[in-house]
Write a protein that binds this ligand. Structure first.
Ligand code: MN
Length: 206
């Protein structure tokens, strides 16, 4: 199943040119489900949200990045499933390659559906209720697929919306400015693009 699911991912990339993972052999699925958000300076800057589900990352490109303000719904365009190896990728995809540009690990940690929520039924229906335990993404969020929005016959446009809980910031205009460095390496986008050396690994509290 993972192989079929990753066919679109592989078809778009020349692994002789890009340093992105092939997803083969796949990183084994973990006991807990991981998530990662990668800040990606491609043609347009966006934030790629990836949720481990079964043995791949379900993936959405969040065009304006997440907001902790429940009023501030952010468009999240579903993209092809990514291999689990992708969760450790930070670097620069060569120009001319699919998604060419710099990729930063903006956040990572664990996610779970809200208690009692069935993820597969939610994907079918177009609504996911997610609880994040990351460094920057905390608490409950919803992903809701737009009903009347089709692209190539496939509905791909969702909204990412913060749920009301103790992690709400209302309003939240400076979230992305205050979180402008890599959660794993401490580097800025410019430092990653320049191939600056990694800072010593930081202790993570998840
Ligand atoms: Mn991207």
């Amino acid at each position: 199943m993972a192989r079929d699911s990753l066919a679109a991912y592989r078809a778009k990339r020349d692994f002789n040119v890009t340093g992105e993972p092939r997803g083969e052999p796949a990183t084994p699925a973990s006991g807990r489900a991981r998530f990662v958000i990668q800040k990606h300076a491609a043609t347009r800057l966006h934030y790629d949200l990836r949720l481990e589900h079964k043995d791949v990352f379900l993936s959405w490109a969040v065009t304006r990045g997440p907001s902790r303000d429940p009023h501030d719904k952010r468009l999240a365009v579903q993209v092809e499933d990514h291999p689990l190896d992708y969760g450790d990728f930070e670097g620069t995809i060569p120009k001319g390659q699919y998604g060419g540009g710099t990729v930063m690990l903006w956040d990572r940690g664990w996610w779970a559906p809200e208690p009692g929520f069935d993820v597969d039924a939610g994907l079918e229906k177009g609504e996911l209720k997610v609880v994040f335990a990351g460094e920057r993404m905390r608490g409950g969020w919803a992903l809701v697929r737009l009903k009347h929005d089709r692209e190539h016959g496939r509905r791909v446009n969702w909204l990412l919306i913060k749920h009301r809980d103790e992690f709400v910031h209302e309003p939240d205009p400076d979230f992305l400015e205050q979180t402008a460095t890599s959660v794993t390496s401490g580097r800025t986008m410019e430092e990653i693009a320049a191939g600056a050396p990694l800072e010593p690994t930081r202790t993570r509290r998840v």
